[in-house]
Each structure stands twice: as C-alpha cells, then as structure tokens.
Design a protein around this ligand. Structure first.
Ligand code: NAP
Length: 293
C-alpha cells in the first residue's frame, strides 16, 4: 500500500521501518529534519507526504501535534483524497479525536484511532498490540499494515474508543508501576534485597507484565527512555481530563499525577517514567539496587 508515515520518534521510526520491510511504499516526514528510514522516501511537509497516499499513519506526541500535522500549515488535510484513511497511533484526547474525524470526513476520508502498547521493544520487533476505534471496513483495509507492525489488534468500537481504552490502560500501567516503585523503596529502606523481592514478585500473584518489563531496567538503574516520563504524564493528564468530562473520580491517579509533577520539576521528564522511583528514593534516603547495578 502507499503509506505516508508522519512522526519518527522512539515508536514511529521502527514502525515505519517495519512497513518498508513488509513491502509497502512508504513516504516519511518528521518535524525535525534528518530522521530517515531506510527504503522510504522523505517528504518536506506532512501535506507533501500525504499526496497520493492511501493511508496516512501518524505517531506524534500529543493532541496539539496531531492537530498541527493534519490541519496546520502544509498539513495533511489539503492533500487528503476521498477514500483515504488517517490512522493515528499517537495517544491523544478521545473527544478531540471525534472532532478530527469529523473534519477529515468532510474530505471523504476516514479516521481510525490506533494507539498501541508494547513500547520501544514492541515497535522494534513488530509485536505491538493495537487498540483500535473506527469502522470495521476501514480497519479491515488496514490489516496488512497492522500485521507489519504488530501481533494483535483489538477493535474497541467506533472512532475514539481506541483512545478511550488506551487511557484506561495507561492509567493502570502508571498505578501498577507506582505500586512496584513504592514497594521497592519501602523494602529497601527496611533492609530487604531488591533482587530477592523481584524474584518473589515473579513467583506470586503480585507479578505483572509491567513489573516483568520494567524490573530489569530498574535493577540496573537504566532510566533511559523506553516510554518517556513526559509522555506518561501527558496520558495521566488526558485520563484525568476525560474523567472530568465524564464526571468520573480517579483519586489514585490524581495522587500519582502529583508524583509525576514533582518528578518533572526534578528534571526527569525525558527519562523513562520508571524514573519516578528516584523521587521516592530521594524522599526515603535510599537507593534501590540489583546485583548488576
Ligand atoms: P517521541 O520519541 O517523543 O516522538 C514524538 C514524535 O512527535 C517526534 O517525531 C516529534 O518530532 C513529533 N512531534 C512532537 N510535537 C510535534 C508537533 N507539534 N508537530 C509535529 N510533530 C511533532 O515519542 P514516542 O515515544 O515515539 O511516542 C509517540 C506517541 O506514541 C505518543 O503519543 C506516545 O504517548 C505514544 N506511545 C508511546 C509508547 C512508548 O513506549 N514510547 C508506547 C505507546 C504509545 P521531533 O522529532 O521534531 O521532536
């Protein structure tokens, strides 16, 4: 398929590369020049990339970035052809998604929200899980592209339900990790070996995919970004905004948001969200260490 891929960050670069490897005709664009994908053409603007594309796939930071790339100067909108599909793998506001979908529908184009989970390693290995909202026939048309980048897709309903579900998922990841980080900090302060605690977690019902993914990084004190703290913070805020719109109270997430606020003030926003641990360590006056650290 002819695909425009917009946004070559931690996730987008590998996703676009996997589309090329699967034999698709890919044109890429990134806001900061110089990011390339082997085998893909490079366009100077989002609009130029979208020219003649059957599918425009986005993976940019946030709601404002999606709006700029699609509807801003030199944006995708002017190039969209009737029958084209805009697939958005950024994690953004569900209510803004509905508005964006209505605007592209005026050009005869369709919107599929396709946020994903699996992080940097899932993007690299083509094993992402897509959490999708949109009409079934549009999702069907995207199946070869989903297959090139991921291992599973879950259709959660019409447009925006993918984003709504993704926020509910990241809410849980943030709370699960915070529980792990608080457990590690308390145990370390009380003289328990962190590696031993992780082994125990893995052997009991406390285990989780989040801990399984994050523990090796944390025990080696490797806080380089797989999923940057600033983006998880953005998702926490999006979940709180959506909760407010829907009159839902999320007291656990409100507290965790304050931790992210303080971790950002400490200058950790470009590290992985696992670096929220360093704030707990600072307060407790300890450092969590694995054998390899
Ligand atoms: P990233 O590495 O920070 O990349 C962000 C991308 O968005 C870059 O290409 C950046 O361009 C572009 N961008 C930012 N603001 C823009 C704007 N105003 N106009 C145009 N482009 C703009 O982020 P990422 O980790 O790839 O994440 C991308 C999206 O996927 C986010 O919504 C994130 O929440 C979601 N996500 C991430 C993960 C993960 O584990 N990393 C997992 C699931 C979902 P520049 O290069 O010019 O800065």
């Amino acid at each position: 398929m002819r695909v425009a891929f917009l946004g070559l960050g931690i996730m987008g670069q590998s996703m676009a590369s996997n589309l090329v490897k699967a034999g698709h005709e890919v044109t890429v664009w990134n806001r900061s020049p110089g990011k390339l994908v082997e085998g893909a053409a490079v366009a100077p603007t989002p609009g130029a990339a979208a020219q003649g594309a059957e599918v425009v796939w986005l993976c940019v930071s946030d709601t404002d970035a999606v709006e700029q790339v699609i509807f801003g100067k030199d944006g995708v909108e002017a190039s969209l052809e009737a029958g084209a599909i805009v697939a958005d793998s950024s994690t953004i506001s569900p209510s803004a998604t509905v508005k964006f979908a209505e605007r592209v529908a005026a050009k005869g184009a369709a919107w599929v929200d396709a946020p994903m989970t699996g992080s940097k390693i899932g993007a690299r290995d083509g094993t992402l899980v897509f959490i999708v909202g949109g009409r079934e026939e549009n999702i069907e048309r995207l199946k070869p592209l989903f297959a090139a980048m991921g291992k599973k897709i879950f259709r959660m309903g019409e447009v925006s339900k993918g984003q709504a579900t993704k926020l509910a998922m990241n809410l849980q990841i943030a709370l699960i990790f915070e529980g792990f980080a608080e457990g590690l900090t308390l145990a370390t302060k009380l003289g328990v070996d962190a590696q031993q605690l992780v082994s125990l977690i893995e052997a009991t019902m406390v285990r989780s995919g989040v801990v399984e993914y994050k523990a090796p990084f944390v025990l080696q004190r490797d806080f380089t970004a797989n999923f940057p703290l600033r983006l998880m913070h953005k998702d926490i805020r999006l979940a709180l905004e959506s909760a407010k719109e829907a009159r839902v109270k999320l007291p656990g997430l409100e507290t965790v948001e304050e931790v992210y606020e303080m971790a950002s003030e400490d200058g950790n926003q470009d590290l992985d969200y696992a670096a929220t641990l360093t704030l707990l360590e600072k307060w407790a006056g300890v450092q969590v260490k694995g054998k390899a650290a």
